[in-house]
Design a protein around this ligand. Sequence first.
Ligand code: HAM
Length: 421
Amino acid sequence: MKYKIPRGTYDILPEDSQFWYKLMNKFRELCRLYNYHEIVTPIFEQADLFERSVGDSSDIVEKEMYKFQDKKGRVFALRPEGTASVVRSFIENNLGRQSSITRVYYSGPMFRYDRPQKGRFRQFYQYGVEHFGSEDPFVDAEVISLANMFLTKLGLKNFRLELNSLGCRDCSPLYDQALVNYYSSLKTDLCPDCQQRLTKNPKRLLDCKVDSCRNYAREAPSILDYLDENCRRDFELVQKYLTDQGIEFIVNPRIVRGLDYYVKTAFEFTTDALGSQNTLCGGGRYDGLVEDLGGDKTPGIGFAGGFERLIEIMKIENIGFNESSEKSIYLVLLGDQARAQAAGILHELRTNGIKVDFDITKTSIKAQMKSADKAMTNYSLIIGDEELARKTVILKDMSTGEQQIIQKKELVSTLIPLVQQ
Ligand code: HAM
């Protein structure tokens, strides 16, 4: 074959698309319950929006952005994540003007040029929420609760919540300095990336996947010993509010997240079922970001997760969505008259909300009934020239084989109770 799908991407085939659609709808339903409203932003933005927010020293900006110039030489990037775009839109459209709190959710494709592997794609589909306007730790617990509720409502069991505080812009630099002190004597033993991180972004040293670096990370100072009073108190409150809701968590001071905008609460929902790409969703606070990108001082917190990993773990845990109970009708057309009238009948059924299938390439009753069987249809509607002459149609229950003759003018009123059963 001449053309191939780009590496790290995939097709959502018709047999799977229902599954995606339902997952998205479940997320939408839940967001509505928490009073979040949908926001849709473009899939590309000015590249420096991500450079400023996600951070110059993050892997995403350093190595993984799909950056390109348009015909006028402007530099854009396919969005690697959703938060920066939402913050841009929040500022540009002055979304905070109507209420002190703004809650939005989104879903859509994101792009990162990373080495593809199980659970890691170059184009992947995220769902996420952003909450603007409150610094209260109550909100942190509320946002985490939404993520927890989503995973729980899907029926997932094999996941845990890992929680950390990254400190604020006052205490976080003290911790960075402690890490620099700890790692300086180890510098030559670190991987090349970590040697760079030591000067650019010391916290990212804790996130390295190279074995030798991981061993050093285990012994590194803990952020929890460097939180100032305010951050410590807020972190305790987040934990209290989660406990009040019965949400279990573990405090993991090694959670640093891969994006630079985070302060204070950071969290990840992880699983042992997916191998190395084990984060189902992750998020945290970004209280300085709106201001950094040119808006008024506005605190924010959110999370995002990838649909691919969800689908993968749902397959592993054997979780499906209940198939719709909607009954289907198959139209079997015999003879020229019936075919000539088919369009009008189809139109009438669909106008009345009745789902109907047929195969115009087949003419014999045998071939059409075989197709109806294959499509696992509930009822077939047999329409032949003879029936039409008598203004009737034959309705066949495919599970019992029973047939009844019904008046054509009563077609819709007969079918509606059957399909809605
Ligand atoms: P993130 O941790 O970079 O955070 O990504 C969130 C989730 O997206 C991951 O936990 C994972 O489920 C999924 N994901 C990330 N990269 C890939 C990939 N290459 N292939 C498949 N799935 C992937 C963010 O994006 C932040 N914007 C989250 C956030 C929202 N923080 C505050 N608000």
